[in-house]
Write a protein that binds this ligand. Structure first.
Ligand code: KDG
Ligand code: MG
Length: 403
């Protein structure tokens, strides 16, 4: 028995907000888990503090599955981003403790390495196609085997997903949401030329990805997928909102461009139909927002039955704790596809010292026991929480549009 004697929530803002849960056992072993939900951070912190932590004290940290089931089935109010991020944080921290007790990196407890490393994709952004392609070339030179392309749309003042900074991309940029204008017609015309220019400059030995950020209808997404088919994209991401999973049938009828979805999913139920009907090729659910390693492994096993591979979300609003967990998961899971990798800022890396590393386009979780990531609490305390929201979008006539 590894009795849980304390659990604390640590909120810090080394350039952006992160919520971390730290659990300690009677023997003084600690484990940490990421609980960050971009723009709604304090809701998860309160859920943990007020409703989860009191139930953890006195339990056996080794009973990871039982604690997961207790928190999920026992709540009555199941699923949802706040609940599932809180459960995920507990789950990650418990796996961290188990690894430390065993003296093994977590991936060894998950069946060992299935590959040498996890292929990651970097983000090439630019105000226009030329700038995006030039940034993509820089990624290729650094050894990346997969690159996401996002470019400013001619005629639109700002485009979500296009960073102002070359290396860091931080979309939650204001204390209240900024509003930008969106035109699907203008956007649709801009994607094919971007892919053409990228293939001309980068060649064919690199994977190219693109994120639609839920901005198309299914039939528009079908057209977009068809437009870029000649350039053999690795995937088209979040082509349409996925609340209506059957909507993806329409996209499938029109294009063979592979589809990725799921960064905002919280449970296996959000992707059940998408996977069962083979309407997607990559599932992007993540450790922090989809119930932790325990639940993500269940999603991946189910996806494997249908040849759907993993492609976990890995934006900067997921902390290095989640990144470490994703890499232990990714290196061990049989149906790994790709892992998103947006580098964290130096301040964030200093608050979360970690053993994972990047080389030749692949990342490895490292061989430190457990997750291989810690939190420097003293340093974390020097960065106070700062409310920050993602922008919102309206159509050019003022109609509120998808995020
Ligand atoms: O919190 C939202 C971001 O994580 C998201 O906009 C990033 O779409 C994203 C991606 O694919 O990384
Ligand atoms: Mg995305």
């Amino acid at each position: 028995m590894a009795e849980i004697v304390s659990a604390r929530v640590i909120v810090t803002c080394p350039g952006r907000n992160f919520v971390t849960l730290k659990i300690e056992t009677k023997d003084g072993i600690t484990g940490i888990g990421d609980a960050t939900l971009n723009g709604r951070e304090l809701a998860v912190a309160a859920y943990l503090n007020d409703h989860v932590i009191p139930m953890l004290i006195g339990r056996d940290a080794h009973r990871i599955e039982d604690i997961w089931q207790f928190l999920y089935k026992g709540a009555y109010w199941r699923r949802g981003p706040v609940t599932m991020s809180a459960i995920a944080a507990v789950d990650m921290a418990l796996w961290d403790i188990k690894g430390k007790v065993a003296g093994l990196p977590l991936y060894q407890l998950l069946g060992g390495a299935s590959r040498d490393g996890c292929m990651v994709y970097g983000h090439a952004n630019g105000r226009d196609i030329a700038e995006t392609v030039s940034n993509a070339l820089a990624y290729q030179e650094q050894g990346y085997k997969a690159i996401r392309l996002q470019s400013g749309v001619p005629g639109l003042a700002a485009t979500y997903g296009v960073s102002k900074d070359k290396y860091f991309y931080e979309p939650a940029d204001a204390a209240l949401p900024t509003e930008s204008l969106w035109s699907t017609e203008k956007y649709m015309r801009s994607v094919e030329p971007l892919f053409k220019a990228a293939r001309d400059a980068l060649g064919w030995d690199v994977h190219l990805l693109h994120d639609v950020h839920h901005r198309c209808t299914p039939v528009e997404a079908g057209r977009l997928g068809k437009d870029i088919e000649p350039y053999r994209p690795f995937w088209l991401e979040d082509a349409t909102p996925a609340e209506n999973q059957a909507g993806f049938r329409t996209i499938r009828q029109h294009t063979t461009t592979p589809l990725a979805v799921g960064e905002i999913f919280n449970s296996i139920w959000d992707c059940k139909q998408l996977i069962e009907e083979q309407l997607i090729d990559y599932i992007r659910a993540t450790v922090v927002h989809a119930g932790g390693i325990t639940h993500l492994r269940r999603i991946a096993s189910f996806a494997d039955l249908y040849q759907v591979r993993t492609g976990c979300h890995g934006a900067t609003d997921l902390s290095p704790v989640c990144m470490a967990a994703a890499l232990h998961f990714g290196i061990s899971v049989p149906n790994f596809g790709v892992q998103e990798y947006m580098r964290h800022s130096q301040e964030t890396d200093a608050v979360f010292p970690h053993s994972y590393s990047f080389k030749d386009g692949l990342m490895h979780p490292g061989d430190a026991p457990g997750l291989g990531v810690e939190i420097d609490e003293k340093l974390a305390a020097t960065f106070e929480y700062k409310r920050a929201y993602l922008p919102v979008a309206r159509l050019e006539d003022g109609t509120m549009f998808s995020w």
